[in-house]
Design a protein around this ligand. Structure first.
Ligand code: NCD
Length: 354
């Protein structure tokens, strides 16, 4: 164990409220690591910037302007786990703002295979770039990166968590809430709505990060529908209890709770986290899939979401239903990530004033 490991272990033991301070600079959001960092004001600001970006980018002159906003900055995308949407939406988000990007998408082509430590690799990325976006199978790697750069180096470049192990995926939660707010615009927004989350809640980082964000919205109620073995973990449930967010657990079947939901958030079984080959397959998850026959029991204004990739949790025939929101949700990712980057670099006022 190195001296850095020892110091990080102490940091990891701090309560979240303490840790979060390490991810701020001058009282502002600097690193985006945990959903718990986001309050309502920051979310609302990011969503205003998102809407503004979309409008500006509609014209060529607007797009050219946006590309000047961060043309003096470079971003590094370190994606040590498979990714299509998160990678592409971040890369394009950077380009919308004029940032140049570099990438390592496979740790086998990084000097880590020559025995370089993760910490040294990270410091190297920070030597060349002004922002690091990380996806990693270890749940504390994004956290460790932000901690390392902020406390042990003189190059504290911001770190954004693009998905850490089975723990958190805060930028997915940002785009999910944006999608919810936009979809319920004419119905008072997300406040007071019932959000049904279904699938692998235990190891799905998207539903975990999304659950944490619900503290920012009054009157939200959550339904967790999954077989017992895939139910939401205790840490998230106790967070909801501490914040008086009501939730119920459905262990039998999705169909029973569908009529109560304003949003149905489906997820796939995260079998890459199985402890042995075939572990997930031992559980029958077929009663937790959305089928065409279910559509009649959904509320007329309900929306269907999925972070993707999907397997068979949502029948493709459902894509034609106007309540299917997942393709739009996917597109929202690029714009809300561009807004987050503009917010972190504190250049959003230029965009709002354009
Ligand atoms: C998710 C992820 O990687 O956690 N995908 C994504 O980023 N949109 C969900 C998943 O892999 O099931």
């Amino acid at each position: 164990m190195t001296i850095l490991d020892e110091r990080f272990r102490k940091f990891e033991m701090l309560p979240n409220e303490e840790k979060i301070k390490c991810f701020e600079l001058n009282g502002r959001l600097f690193d985006m690591i945990l959903s718990q960092q986001l309050n309502r004001q920051v979310l609302d600001d990011i969503y205003k910037i998102t809407n503004r970006l979309r409008t500006i980018a509609k014209s060529k002159a607007g797009s050219v302007f946006l590309q000047t906003v961060l043309c003096h900055k470079r971003a590094m995308l370190y994606f040590a786990q498979p990714s299509s949407r998160t990678f592409l939406s971040f890369e394009n988000a950077c380009h919308i703002l004029g940032m140049k990007t570099s990438e390592i998408r496979d740790p086998s082509v990084s000097s880590e295979v020559k025995g370089e430590s993760y910490d040294d690799s990270l410091r190297t990325f920070s030597s060349y770039t002004d922002l690091i976006i990380i996806r990693h199978k270890g749940q504390n790697m994004a956290e460790r990166s932000a901690w390392l750069l902020n406390t042990c180096t003189n190059r504290p470049v911001p770190v954004i968590n693009g998905g850490s192990g089975s723990d958190q995926h805060p930028t997915q939660a940002i785009l999910d809430v944006y999608t919810l707010q936009r979809s319920f615009e004419d119905q008072g927004g997300l406040e007071g709505k019932t959000i049904l989350m279904c699938g692998d809640l235990k190891r799905g980082r998207t539903v975990r990060s999304l659950s944490y964000l619900m503290k920012n919205f009054e009157g939200v109620r959550i339904i967790y529908a999954a077989p017992k073995i895939f139910q939401m973990r205790e840490d998230v449930c106790s967070f909801l209890e501490r914040h008086n967010i009501p939730y119920v657990v459905e262990l039998e079947e999705l169909e029973k709770v569908l009529p109560e939901a304003d949003a149905i958030y489906m997820t796939r079984i995260q079998d890459e986290h199985d402890e042995y080959a075939g572990e997930s397959k031992k559980t029958d998850s077929s009663r937790f899939m959305l089928k065409v026959s279910h559509l009649a029991s959904l509320r007329p204004n309900a929306i269907i979401m999925h972070p993707f990739p999907r397997r068979d949790e949502i029948d493709v025939a459902i894509d034609a239903d106007p309540r299917a929101m997942y393709w739009r949700q996917e597109r929202n990712g690029m714009w809300s990530r561009a807004a987050l980057i503009a917010y972190i670099f504190n250049v959003h006022q230029q965009i709002m004033d354009y």
